[in-house]
Design a protein around this ligand. Structure first.
Ligand code: SKM
Length: 163
């Protein structure tokens, strides 16, 4: 969450000549509701089911770069779709960086708490093993230059193809 998936994903897609899709946007398009609304009315478990359906459908397509929500890897089906059908890039961000990027963003229902830093620390320790389980490439974000992060991803993708 807040690691820059959408920004980096869009640039990466352009460089690779692929289409960029975002599972959060697709959930909102399918339901006609915002993500905070889905969390509030249906709860997180229902959101994760919707998210897994969207990831199932999008990951069946060829020629895309997909950004997923940061918690998508909590669902075993979503993890399996990503791992089996795609090359997964984990953008690893520090809690401080995520906090700086999300502090004014009301679109992050999980962070609307009295202590978002603590919440992010919890989420990170819960999620990190799952990210590492599915990732083919791990990129530490926080570098100011987005273009150089994209270049690093492109180089690592190319070396995976040579394996
Ligand atoms: O998918 C959304 C939603 O707010 C949940 C989330 C998360 O669990 O990290 C991240 C967002 O992209």
């Amino acid at each position: 969450m807040g690691a820059g998936k959408t920004t980096i994903g869009r640039i990466l897609a352009r460089k690779l000549g692929l289409r960029f899709v975002d599972s959060d946007h697709e959930i909102e398009a399918r339901t006609g509701a915002t993500i905070p609304w889905i969390f509030e009315i249906e709860g997180e478990a229902s959101f994760r089911r919707r998210e897994a359906e969207v990831i199932r459908d999008l990951s069946a397509q060829e020629g895309i770069v997909m950004a997923t929500g940061g918690g998508a890897i909590l669902n075993a089906d979503s993890r399996a779709y990503l791992k089996e059908r795609g090359t997964v890039v984990y953008l690893r961000a520090s809690v401080s960086n995520i906090l700086a990027r999300t502090s004014h963003d009301k679109n992050r229902p999980l962070l609307q708490t009295a202590d978002p830093r603590r919440k992010l620390e919890e989420l990170t320790s819960q999620r990190e093993p799952h990210y590492m389980e599915v990732a083919d490439i791990v990129i530490d974000t926080g570098r100011p230059n987005v273009q150089s992060m994209v270049q690093t991803i492109l180089m690592q993708l190319a070396s995976l193809e040579c394996e």
